[in-house]
Design a protein around this ligand. Sequence first.
Ligand SMILES: [Fe+2]
Ligand SMILES: [Fe+2]
Length: 243
Amino acid sequence: MQTSVPRHDHPPLSPLDRLLVEVDACLRTLTGVHAQAPRPNPADAPVVPERVTGRSSDPDPIDGAAGPDPALESEPVRRHVAGLMRVNHAGEVAAQALYRGQALTARSSDFGARLDAARQEEIDHLVWCGRRLEELGSHPSRFGLLWYGGAFALGALAGLAGDRVSLGFLAETERQVSEHLDGHLSRLPEGDVRSRRILTQMRLEEDAHRAFAEAHGGMPLPGPVRGAMRAAAGVMKWLAYRV
Ligand SMILES: [Fe+2]
Ligand SMILES: [Fe+2]
């Protein structure tokens, strides 16, 4: 090993190496096996939900999480919450693929490195949603490979269109995700503190990703493109809620 070489100054990967890296990343995302330990699960520690939701009526995070899990008290509620969290897990699968696709075709290496930093936060989101699904006795969407493959292709296409378009695509994606999370926070049972904490923390970070993309020159996307993105996300949400 050459210790004098700067940490990121490694030889370029061959096309086969890159393919294997991407296959490895896809498998890790779909199986939930990640190289790095995630940050602590916000379901186990309070965050600041009022900053995002403005919900002053939320139960106290510590006391609310210590009692019985209200999402498990009835089968219809459990299935509903599991459906919502499966949608969010599917979204995080897609986020991994989008970021990787964008980083693969990014023009500037600095942009690619920043995408990687944000993607680490998305890995935590993926893990937290997956753990909540386990608590609920449920499973990730059966269409994970479809969400991953489609999002990877979209991300790579956005990257090929140039960094400013790619940043605009990222900003619009995160904006729509934040709106979506607001919707889910309003659809979760009032007492489901564990799911609320996870989505609230995600909401904070998705908004930071949007702000990053806008601050670095992300171009506003045309209305039809924004509409197509909403439509594609709608299909994913409809299917992932069910299976
Ligand atoms: Fe996320
Ligand atoms: Fe994000």
